[in-house]
Ligand binder design. Structure first.
Ligand code: HEM
Length: 397
């Protein structure tokens, strides 16, 4: 017997919904394990168990038919790692993984920690500053830009292109169209600036071209792997850092708890990731007719996987809207799960940890003003956050 799939008439990509999507996600979770979104002709999974199940079942829920919500984008990204199935996915992943694993990042961590400490000390000397534009946006572009081996010029454009590249995942709207143009500009930058000749020897970017030279991947994939670094590696981390400052600044009790017990730092970072997933949703397509939680899903049906909703599922996390630095929700789905789980998550964790340790080591208080939200079809982040860091007496000297 086929179960009727409930319908959600809320426009998930409407600006007001994007500003605060959590009530809509809660309603979708309440409606059922699988919900139809008729306006865009896709199904959505929003509960933790089903999001996890879809991500782990790459045989039935494939990425190779695109993970965005419009055909033009899925076509442009058809050679990307994120839109690959086996065996191509394994081939592309094997180029990135050795450079992004914990062992490769051990040396990098020292530099990242030093950078984080300098940046925190620098902004703490000011009366107030913008925690997005003058802090969160500086750090990952500097760190990831150097790791990829990019020349210094044009780095300010990188975030604009990455933000656009994420907008382009959405169904057709103004943001998506502008995003497609940004992808074109980013590709042009890679073809003319992030080239074999101009990337720093020994860098992650140079390793992509080396893989092609060694015959491990066809040359055409170099552009797409570099684009994956430039898109996935920057804006996501900027948003996570902004969320961390905002959550800590607006929860003074949590800040004091962390100051008293800095060993809670890994737990607090997982909680930041759980509360504000920078990548809110992508999608899969059913490769054949398949049953999920008692619901029949037809072959060819697109299914949105809403990581951000899974992270707020009351079935998985009691009192899910509460920021609790002791919760340690290590199983959150902010980095996805399964074969496409974020290849750069160790790096993102190192960046957040380095910043949090610098904040805890140097500051007495963090206070934040009214945040301005950045509206993006699939990312959640801020474009501005007034902040004041008060240094601890004697810190950073
Ligand atoms: C807080 C920061 C980050 C978040 C929230 C994030 C989130 C994600 C998510 C949700 C996916 C899974 C996509 C899927 O299920 O289809 C993913 C994949 C990916 N991420 Fe990240 N990411 C972050 C940082 C990074 C960094 C720093 C890098 C690299 C420098 C990176 C590189 C990648 C790559 C290459 C993939 C594709 C993996 C594949 O398809 O096998 N990410 N990321």
């Amino acid at each position: 017997m086929s179960v009727t799939i409930p319908e959600c008439d809320v426009d998930l990509f409407d600006e007001d919904v994007l500003r605060d999507p959590y009530p809509t996600y809660a309603e979708m979770r309440r409606m059922g394990p699988v919900v139809r979104v008729p306006k865009y002709d896709f199904l959505a999974v929003t509960r933790y168990a089903e999001v996890r199940a879809v991500l782990l079942d790459a045989e039935h829920f494939v990425s190779g038919r695109g993970v965005g919500f419009n055909a033009g984008f899925n076509e442009v990204r058809s050679s990307s790692i994120i839109a690959s199935d086996q065996p191509r996915h394994g081939m592309l992943r094997s180029v990135l993984e050795p450079r992004l694993g914990p062992r490769a990042l051990r040396d990098v961590e020292k530099t990242i920690r030093a950078r984080a400490a300098e940046l925190v000390a620098e902004v703490a000397r000011r009366d107030s500053f913008d925690a997005v534009r003058e802090f969160a946006e500086i750090f990952p572009v500097q760190v990831v830009g150097e790791l990829i081996g990019l020349p210094e010029d044009h780095r300010s454009q990188l975030l604009l292109w990455a933000n656009g590249a994420f907008n382009a995942f959405g169904p057709l709207n103004e943001r998506t169209e502008a995003g497609m143009e940004a992808i074109g500009e980013q590709f042009e930058y890679i073809r003319t600036v992030a080239t074999r000749e101009q990337l720093t020897p020994g860098s992650m970017g140079a390793a992509v071209y080396e893989a092609a030279d060694a015959g491990l991947i066809p040359e055409e994939y170099c552009l797409h792997l570099l684009s994956a670094y430039l898109t996935a590696g920057m804006d996501t981390t900027v948003n996570a850092l902004s969320a961390m400052i905002q959550l800590l600044g607006s929860h003074p009790d949590a800040w004091r708890e962390l100051k008293a017990a800095p060993t809670l730092a890994p737990s607090a970072i997982n909680e930041v990731f759980r509360m504000e997933a920078p990548a809110q949703l992508f999608s899969r397509v059913a490769a054949e007719r398949v049953e999920l939680a008692g619901v029949q899903i037809d072959e060819g049906q697109r299914v949105a996987v809403v990581y951000a909703s899974a992270n707020r599922d009351e079935r998985q996390y009691p009192d899910p809207d509460r920021f609790d630095v002791r919760r340690n929700p290590a199983g959150h789905l902010t980095f996805g799960m399964g074969p496409h789980a974020c290849a750069g998550q160790a790096l993102a964790r190192i960046e957040l940890r380095a910043v949090l340790d610098a904040l805890l080591g140097q500051l007495d208080t963090i206070s934040v003003g009214e945040p301005v939200r950045k509206i993006n079809n699939v990312l959640r982040g801020l474009s501005s956050l007034p902040a004041t860091f008060t240094a601890e007496v004697g810190a950073g000297r």
